[in-house]
Design a protein around this ligand. Structure first.
Ligand SMILES: [Zn+2]
Length: 422
């Protein structure tokens, strides 16, 4: 891990030392590390800095926390993956229709989790479906004879083994993992190694443009190392003789993008979609290839922090009680970056009952179940950290609002709901 004041950090993608600091979050607690009071004394914190590479345009967190530390105290909550099932079924149908001859095709997904995408691929009649994931407890749940599971990281050695056992892969997929891999160069070498000369590498990640547009600095945490633009993806893949030939915005996850890449000189390389050319031009026009653009982003975020703190201070001065809603990693980043303390906020509320009784990392706010809002003395305001799910939250808490409760939305702009009378 990069230590403060030590050697200059290098770009995870291209090894350049020409990095510009975009945001410094200071020493932060790890996003998933909810804890009990007896653990406060031994809690560890880590520096977190976001940087821009002036050579390959990659925006990245350069402080890598070792995986054993990152996941040692990691509090795992099963996600509501059920809501994504439709998305994955559609995804499997789309790639099969566009690119594959099911009876002959080999498809591999790394970071395959519980097989939520692999099962619909098998349903499409794909001949060989391979899932690669290092989490043994998670892959154990796949339990589908149609899926070949490799319980490991996707390394070059694993890639060679796959090629020896099944031949080169027609489609390699990675969903929301390609932004989380510390050794991105080794993983991409593995992709290049295993991919058929006319094969496709499809990966979904959170899109940098969305972070900028909606000021989603709360998406930044230690596990989420990379924030891809098309320009940075193009530069990265070129070092492995690969290129982007199509893109697709993904509405779920509040702003993901799917990149379709192939080897240079392959069949697909000859038909680069107009969407790729359009987005490339748009990103150049928006300055995604210039450090200054991200300094401006950083300044805008600092202005947001000032407005949010100002509002909280004013509401407290008026004697209001305020609770945070949604004790997620995103809340953790915002709390720590903005310096939200116990003088601003009384406690946290979360819909996941399993989090109740735990405390947030470093800031140490106690987490209560959302049933606390049904009591006679609910807080006057809820600070909605899960702001991208506001519509859902508003509907779910219509009773609280009907009783006169109010909500503070921190992003994309600081605002109060319902809006105060003029
Ligand atoms: Zn770079």
């Amino acid at each position: 891990m990069e230590a403060r004041g030590s050697d200059q950090p290098v770009c995870s993608f291209c090894d350049s030392k020409r990095l510009g600091l975009v945001m410094d979050f200071g020493e932060v607690g790890l996003a998933g590390a909810f804890l009990k009071p007896q653990q406060f004394a031994t809690e560890r914190t880590f520096p977190m800095r976001l940087r821009f590479c002036k050579d390959c345009y990659a925006v990245q967190v350069t402080d890598h926390v070792p995986a054993d530390v990152l996941f040692q105290n990691y509090f795992y909550f099963s996600s509501s993956i059920g809501t994504l099932r439709g998305h994955f079924a559609e995804y499997a149908a789309e790639v099969t229709r566009r690119f594959l001859d099911p009876g002959k095709a080999t498809v591999l997904e790394f970071g395959c989790n519980d097989g939520v995408l692999l099962r619909p691929l098998a349903d499409q009649g794909i001949r060989t479906v391979i899932g690669v994931d290092p989490a043994s407890n998670v892959v154990a749940t796949i339990n589908d004879p149609r899926v070949k599971v490799i319980n490991d990281y996707f390394t070059e050695e694993v890639a060679r083994r796959v090629v020896a056992d099944y031949g080169h892969v027609d489609l390699i997929m990675a969903n929301n993992v390609y932004a989380h891999i510390p050794d991105i160069q080794a993983t991409t070498r593995a992709v290049a190694e295993a991919l058929h000369p006319d094969g496709i590498f499809a990966f979904e990640v959170h899109y940098l443009g969305k972070v900028i547009d909606e000021l989603q600095y709360d998406m930044i945490y230690h596990e989420h190392l990379y924030y891809y633009s098309l320009l940075s993806a193009i530069n990265h893949l070129a070092r492995y003789d690969m290129m982007v030939f199509d893109i697709k915005p993904i509405p779920i996850h509040a702003g993901s993008i799917r990149f379709y890449a192939c080897k240079k000189g392959s069949r697909h390389s000859r038909s680069v979609s107009p969407a790729v050319k359009a987005l490339e031009a748009e990103e150049r026009a928006r300055g995604f290839d210039r450090y200054e653009t991200f300094l401006e982003f950083s300044n805008t975020v600092a202005g947001h922090k000032a407005r949010l703190i100002e509002l909280l201070v004013e509401l407290r001065r008026q004697g209001h009680r305020i609770a945070g809603y949604g004790a997620s990693g995103r809340a953790n980043t915002m709390i720590q970056y903005c310096g939200i303390g116990h003088e601003h906020l009384d406690y946290m509320i979360d819909d996941a009952p399993a989090k109740a009784g735990f405390f947030t990392p470093k800031s140490h706010f106690e987490i209560f179940p959302s049933s606390i809002l049904d009591r006679d003395d609910p807080p006057d305001y809820l600070l909605i950290f899960a702001w991208s799910f506001f519509d859902e939250i508003r509907k779910k808490n219509s009773n609280y609002l009907a009783k006169g409760g109010r909500m503070i939305l921190p992003l994309p702009e600081v605002s109060i709901f319902p809006p105060p009378a003029p």
